[in-house]
Write a protein that binds this ligand. Structure first.
Ligand code: GLN
Length: 482
């Protein structure tokens, strides 16, 4: 249920917030065994939070901005006193001793925490198939993946098992699952939202953001979670505008750049191309000016990302040694033996693959050829975007080259899996905000996502264009889940 519908229910006073939240847990109990979007729910605490909101309502006091809104949190974001596992055996019994900045801002704004959602182990993946808690299903077709790594978050929103969910996006993990599940996913500008309490994957790329039913819900959450944080030195000290203000502004004369290289890529599924180009036509009808722009290094993003992200991951994951953190193997005759056995048993295959790629790319003798070269290409990709934004206000691409694929299709074919991130990683490499919105369906009835990329800190522009598109398209209204 989107925020507006949920608030209508609260305001109608037919139900208390506690009853509404209880209802969602009943739905989770009946539907989630099939979807597996939650790793764990936090019902007891949620009902206490709901009771508190009910008391504020009874006392007729001013309600906080997200009063009663039920939200799920990806399980790589720390929530105090609750197990936070990154879907890994390595952290299976880790109870977070502190609350992440994002979740703490949500709870103090009246939102209610329903629980923690499933993900690819340590947020490395595009299908939510590598979780130690099992695969998540796509609510549109349970034989298919929901995308990843925030697949649990996107699936829970799509299946109506929360009103919004929080994800993290290092190379597309908010936008790609949002696209596969037919919901809205926003990755903010790098540094717009604090990463304090987000378990690090690749620190120069990671960013937290919302997955929602509507664009305005995403804007509301961004209003709450943005802003400087003394616990995260990469967090920008820039004023936070009200992201709802510009949402309904006309987009007449807004200049939208179509990135030529994306639409020419041989890996782009023809049905996705057609649907996104139909979306472009709708933008034209709404008065936007469409320009073709070149970003010659856009398609190099994937190779660049798969050097930089594993390099940073290999450094970030060095802390899991079975001593300071994480699972400790029962075997091991000395410290080095115990540490390597703990890491071999605690991490799954994909995480180990990333650590190996990363340590190789950073090792003496290879760092210049791989890591430093990737950093140079990253700068060129950023420059392509800078040039493009001299000509246009926002950029448009499909979110993913395909719609949701079948479970098992790529688990043993990592390179093909990596290609799923082709169109999302460039925004992370350049630190830009980007949103995925539903724009249609393929002939199998699977959702297709359209991506809008903005210049640094210009979330308001992509949210505005996305909102006008959503209102015009009524995609959300016409969506019917099987
Ligand atoms: N699919 C990408 C990867 O596996 C992106 C992951 C993410 O954004 N967390 O690295």
């Amino acid at each position: 249920m989107n925020f507006k519908l949920f608030r209508n229910e609260i305001n109608s006073r037919n139900f208390s917030v506690k009853e509404l939240v209880n209802d969602i847990f009943l739905k989770i109990d009946s539907k989630d065994p099939q979807i597996n979007s939650y790793i764990r729910t936090t019902k007891e605490n949620a009902l206490l939070q709901a009771e508190n909101i009910d008391k504020i309502i009874q006392r007729k006091e001013v309600l906080p901005p997200l009063a009663g809104i039920p939200i799920a949190i990806k399980d790589n974001i720390c929530t105090k006193g609750v197990e936070t596992t990154c879907a890994s055996k390595m952290l299976k019994s880790f109870v977070a001793p502190y609350e992440s900045t994002v979740s703490s801002k949500l709870w103090s704004s009246g939102a209610i925490c329903l629980g923690k959602t499933n993900l690819d182990e340590f947020a490395m993946g595009s299908s939510t198939e590598t979780s130690v808690f099992g695969v998540t299903s796509n609510p549109w077709d349970i034989n298919r993946v929901p995308g990843g790594s925030s697949g649990g978050s996107a699936a829970s929103v799509a299946a109506g098992l929360c009103s919004a969910a929080i994800g993290s996006d290092t190379g597309g993990s908010i936008r790609q699952p949002a696209s596969f599940c037919g919901v809205v996913g926003l990755k903010p500008t790098y540094g717009r939202v604090s990463r304090w309490g987000l378990i690090a994957f690749a620190s120069s790329l990671d960013q937290i953001g919302p997955i929602t039913n509507t664009v305005s819900d995403a804007a509301e959450i961004l209003n709450i979670i943005s802003g400087k944080d003394r616990f995260d030195s990469t967090c920008l000290d820039k004023p936070v505008p009200n992201y709802l203000t510009d949402l309904n502004k006309s987009i007449k004369h807004l200049k939208i750049g179509i990135i030529k290289e994306c639409f020419e890529h041989p890996g782009l599924n023809p049905e996705v191309r057609e649907s996104v180009l139909a979306g472009v036509k709708r933008f034209i009808n709404l008065g936007a000016e469409i320009l073709e722009v070149e970003c010659p290094r856009f398609n190099d993003g994937i190779a660049t990302y798969y050097v930089i992200a594993p390099s940073e991951a290999s450094a970030n994951l060095a802390r899991y040694d079975g001593v300071k953190y994480g699972y400790r193997s029962k075997e091991g005759s000395n410290l080095i033996d115990m540490t390597s056995k703990s890491r071999a048993e605690g991490f799954g295959d994909e995480v180990q693959r990333r650590i190996l790629i990363g340590t190789y790319a950073l090792s003496a003798g290879y760092a210049d050829a791989y890591y430093k070269k990737a950093q140079k290409v990253r700068t060129l990709i950023r420059k392509d975007f800078d040039d493009a934004f001299k000509k246009v206000d926002i950029l448009l691409t499909p979110t993913c080259p395909t719609t949701a694929f079948l479970k098992g299709d790529f688990v043993n074919d990592p390179l093909s899996m990596y290609l799923s991130d082709l169109l999302t990683v460039p925004a992370n490499l350049a630190g830009l905000p980007a949103i995925s919105i539903p724009c249609g369906f393929d002939t199998k009835g699977l959702p297709i996502g359209l991506q809008l990329i903005g210049n640094v800190l210009e979330e308001n522009k992509i949210l505005n264009a996305a909102n006008i598109f959503e209102l015009d398209a009524q995609v959300i209204k016409n969506r019917t889940l099987k």
